[in-house]
Write a protein that binds this ligand. Structure first.
Ligand SMILES: C[S@@+](CC[C@H](N)C(=O)[O-])C[C@H]1O[C@@H](n2cnc3c(N)ncnc32)[C@H](O)[C@@H]1O
Length: 162
């Protein structure tokens, strides 16, 4: 008999609620590293049968998009991010090489056309499966945010990055 805490180790089945349409077809096309800015526009195409779930979304300026790194393979528990020359744990980074290949992006909502959300700030490849969308409501005041190793890496480089 499995101990109760292990029962949740069973694989979890999820289905995409839609797909990202993005100008990026290759990983090398997506800006990364110090100072990288994500300004590209794209479309979140939600399954037509789920369109009722988009009701009232227009009022939000920004959305969290939860998605799958469907083109990454394997995990790297300690890795070198493009913003530093020192390794960091995967849970302290946004690396695509994760035990569960889940991505999280904040995008700006430009407009909605039926089941299509036009957004800005995409950093996903074209065809990326979307698991969920939620309104972005940040409740952490700027002065309380600590940026960990990233702030230290920026200080070592002698300049700020986002
Ligand atoms: C550093 S990750 C950050 C993604 C997201 N903002 C996050 O924090 O989870 C962004 C990188 O993931 C990679 N990427 C984007 N879409 C992908 C996909 N569908 N499959 C695999 N890698 C992807 C690209 O290399 C891109 O530069």
């Amino acid at each position: 008999m499995e101990p109760p805490e292990r029962q949740t180790m069973d694989p979890l089945l999820m289905r995409p609620v839609g797909w990202v349409r993005s100008p990026f077809h290759e990983i090398s096309e997506i800006p990364k590293g110090p100072g990288a800015e994500h300004t590209a526009e794209g479309v979140l195409e939600i399954l037509p049968e789920l369109v009722a779930g988009l009701t009232d979304i227009e009022g939000f300026s920004h959305l969290f998009v939860i998605w799958v790194f469907h083109r990454s393979e394997g995990q790297e528990l300690l890795g070198m991010p493009p913003t530093d020359d020192r390794p960091h744990g995967v849970f302290a980074t946004r690396s695509p090489l994760r035990p569960n290949p889940i991505g999280l992006s904040v995008v700006g909502l430009v407009r909605r056309e039926g089941n299509r959300l036009h957004v800005s700030g995409v950093d996903m490849l074209d065809g990326t499966p979307i698991l969920d969308i939620k309104p972005c409501l940040s409740s952490v005041p700027q002065e309380k945010l600590r940026r960990g190793w990233l702030a230290e890496a920026e200080a070592r480089r002698g300049k700020g990055t986002r």
